[in-house]
Design a protein around this ligand. Structure first.
Ligand code: FA5
Length: 359
């Protein structure tokens, strides 16, 4: 018995020394396993109790329990003192400097001005009950020209104006001249009518178009928005009312519209539509001087429009005696230039952040 009691005493002493020098929680856990674990030192002593006479066992058991409590208390006390020291170290360490400049947030992206304007235009027509539709940018000559009543000798069909798709990339049965990068969104008029099968149709189509152009107000790739309305009894008055409502919604309530006769092969009659100048309010004068935006005319040309040519309706199998409609098309970059007062369209495509951040 004296032997076992001696072992318990030295276990308690060993635990006292070891826990005093344990540096962290992990070391304390290792000590707990070493002294109190299933295969630890205390269990080894208790296993030795089996050899004792029955009368001596309670005494040894009592001392063993006390030693277990002592070791547990030692470990807990050391744990608390380590935590206290860690907190102390943190509090007495260098203070958090709240005056340091913050880390810069990554710059926020935004929608491109052309996208913003496209969405604004489309939004007005959606509120007027138009549905958004689309068509391919690589288009068949038939949709881009032929079905739109644009004759073979029309200057738009010239190589100088249109990007034709190279022979190498043509599909089976297609010939050079059959496939073009669409030069306007008007082919979607044909596609929308064929898709619908029959009137009524009220669609708006935003999209990219391509022309062999390049100067301050023309770029080889630009965006248009096409509108088409076909039904029974649609008249030029509906066209005027619709575009006047659009102009007021897009440019402001006081905006006036003017229709000038013009020619597009796919409409009859056709018109160019002007709005009162957004800069000088239609007076032609800005601060007593000539308004440069409208060149003193008081008007800005914004889009082409007209009544759908009966031949188009016939091309898609509609009855021109029963159904009539109107169509219009506008350049999105042109609308963006007017809205934001920008004089060089090419700025939209240079992706210079100093420019883009202003919108
Ligand atoms: C057309 O493209 C006709 N399809 C519009 C139309 C539709 C008329 C329906 C009648 C009925 P136009 O070629 O004028 O029309 O072009 C329309 C607009 O596109 C122009 O007013 C102009 O704002 C814009 N635009 C034309 N070429 C360029 C270019 N290279 N870069 C930027 N914008 C352009």
């Amino acid at each position: 018995m004296a032997d076992l009691l001696g072992q318990l005493e030295s276990l308690a002493m060993g635990a006292r020394e070891a826990s005093a020098s344990a540096a962290d929680e992990r070391a304390l856990e290792e000590l707990r396993v070493r002294f109190l674990g299933k295969k630890g030192e205390l269990s080894a002593v208790l296993r030795g109790m089996g050899a004792l006479p029955a009368g001596e066992r309670p005494r040894v058991g009592e001392v063993a329990n006390r030693v277990r409590d002592q070791v547990e208390a030692l470990l807990a006390a050391r744990k608390a003192s380590l935590a206290g020291a860690a907190l102390e170290a943190e509090l007495s360490g260098p203070a958090l400097d709240v005056t340091l400049p913050g880390r810069h947030l990554a710059p926020r992206g935004g929608r491109h001005p052309v996208t913003q304007v496209r969405e604004a235009i489309v939004g007005v027509f959606q509120r007027l009950g138009y549905e958004v539709t689309d068509g391919p940018e690589i288009e068949l000559d038939w949709y881009n020209f032929e079905a739109l009543n644009i004759p073979a000798d029309h200057p738009a069909r010239d190589m100088q104006d249109t990007f034709y798709v190279d022979e190498a990339t043509l599909g089976p049965g297609e010939q050079k001249g059959d496939v073009v990068l669409r030069t306007h969104t008007s082919p979607v008029q044909i596609r929308a009518m064929l898709r619908a099968g029959k009137p009524p149709i009220r669609v708006i189509c935003p999209g990219r178009v391509y022309r062999s152009d390049y100067d301050m107000t023309h770029s080889p790739m630009f965006h248009q928005v096409e509108g088409l309305c076909v039904d029974e009894g649609i008249t030029f008055a509906d066209l005027k009312g619709t575009l006047a409502a659009f102009a007021r919604a897009f440019f402001g309530p006081g905006t006036r519209t003017r229709f000038r006769p013009s020619y597009f092969p796919f409409v009859e009659p056709g018109a160019e539509v002007d709005v009162s100048c957004t800069i000088c309010g239609g007076t032609g004068k800005k601060d007593g001087k000539r308004c440069g935006t409208c060149k003193e005319t008081g008007w800005l040309e914004v889009l082409g429009a007209g009544m759908v040519h009966p031949r188009l309706l016939a091309n898609v199998g509609y009855d021109p005696a029963r159904h009539t409609g109107f169509a219009f098309g506008m350049g999105v970059e042109r609308m963006a230039m007017l809205r934001f007062g920008i004089d060089d369209l090419r700025l939209f495509f240079e992706n210079d952040l100093r420019f883009l951040e202003q919108f």
